[in-house]
Design a protein around this ligand. Structure first.
Ligand code: UDP
Length: 327
């Protein structure tokens, strides 16, 4: 069996990645501390409950499964929280990743796929961001992810650990088969919060800022379907297995939508009113994050064909109605 060690495999993106890996013939081994993940999302391979701050636990997982690659999703990922508690983000994300990277080198595992973020670019005056754009993160979450990218570059130079870094834009949607989906506790992301508000499960959504320099005054984001996103990870793994060099890929669609446009699409998809109120800006938010994502399509052969806003909201709404949100 060809094992892949998937940190954060019990989380939203990691669990979808495990399904994609299983479907591609790999055996995903989930390594997760269950702090933000869910054990019942681990459906596609073995589970190791462990923490990335525990180097011995990581070494034991490498020894037991001899993975051919690592897919590293485990991280704290809330922009707002990272502004209030930067130490928590630097400690957990950077030190945990350093443990994992050192363990991979010690175990002679040669392929490392890393989940990074468009938040590493920061706010750049409404430009479309390609992989060569300068990285000036404006929040501790983005800064911690950029630091991990730097670690990977140094470890390739020193030890030959090759990497593919994916910088995600805004991930949305759910497995169309309904086996896994998005569930964060607490939830901070726009689309699941909006669906909760539509379903009457929480108060009205607050639109964070209506005075941005955008056509309707609300922030613009580039949304990508989680299934398309994880398909790119499998392509990235194969890229490394083919012996190709380390590479950075943006994963977005190149099209941005404002918060108001997402509200309008949600109303159309669900055929229900979206309760919302206009509020203040959220510290750490960039005005506009839109991907120049042609590299992944050209070089990996990636086709993000589920990443229309309609499909993402439709799949998220279907998952929402399965009742997983009522745990
Ligand atoms: N947003 C909002 N209200 C919310 C949550 C998010 O207006 O309750 C906005 C947020 O300011 C950003 C966009 O929706 O412009 C996407 O935010 P999310 O937290 O989903 O992802 P992020 O861009 O922070 O990774």
């Amino acid at each position: 069996m060809t094992h892949v060690l998937v940190t954060g495999g019990a989380g939203y993106i990691g669990s979808h990645a495990c399904k994609a890996l299983r479907d591609a013939g790999f055996t995903p081994v989930t390594f997760d501390n269950l702090e933000t993940g869910w054990q019942d999302a681990v459906k596609f391979g073995p589970f190791v409950q462990g923490d990335l701050m525990d180097r011995a636990a990581i070494d034991a997982a490498f020894a037991q499964y001899q993975p051919v690659a690592v897919m590293h999703f485990a991280a704290l990922g809330q922009v707002g929280e990272s502004m209030k508690l930067p130490g928590k983000y630097w400690r957990n994300n950077v030190m945990g990743s350093l443990n994992l990277i050192e363990a991979a080198v010690a175990a002679e595992c040669e392929n490392f796929v890393f989940s990074s973020t468009c938040a590493t670019y920061g706010d750049q005056d409404n430009v479309v961001l390609d992989e060569d754009s300068a990285q000036h993160p404006i929040n501790a979450y983005g800064a911690s992810k950029r630091a991990i990218e730097d670690i990977l570059i140094d470890f390739e130079a020193a030890f030959g650990l090759r990497h593919v870094i994916f910088r995600y834009f805004n991930v949305a949607g759910a497995d169309p088969d309904g086996e896994v989906g998005e569930f964060h506790q607490p939830e901070t992301h726009l689309i699941p919060l909006m669906l909760d508000a539509i379903a009457g499960k929480r108060d009205a959504l607050t639109v964070f800022g209506t005075d941005y320099d955008t056509p309707d005054g609300t922030c613009i984001r580039d949304y990508v379907h989680v299934c398309d996103l994880v398909d790119a990870h499998v392509l990235g793994l194969k890229w490394l297995q083919d012996g190709k060099g380390s590479r950075v890929f943006n994963l977005g669609t190149g099209t941005g939508f404002s918060v108001r446009e997402v509200i309008d699409h949600s109303r159309a998809v669900t055929n229900k009113a979206v309760p919302y109120t206009d509020g203040d800006r959220r510290p750490g938010d960039c005005t506009k994050l839109v991907s120049g994502s042609t590299r992944a399509e050209a070089e990996l052969g990636w086709t993000p064909d589920r990443s229309t806003l309609e499909t993402m909201i439709t799949d998220a709404w279907r998952w929402h109605q399965t009742g997983h949100y009522d745990k």
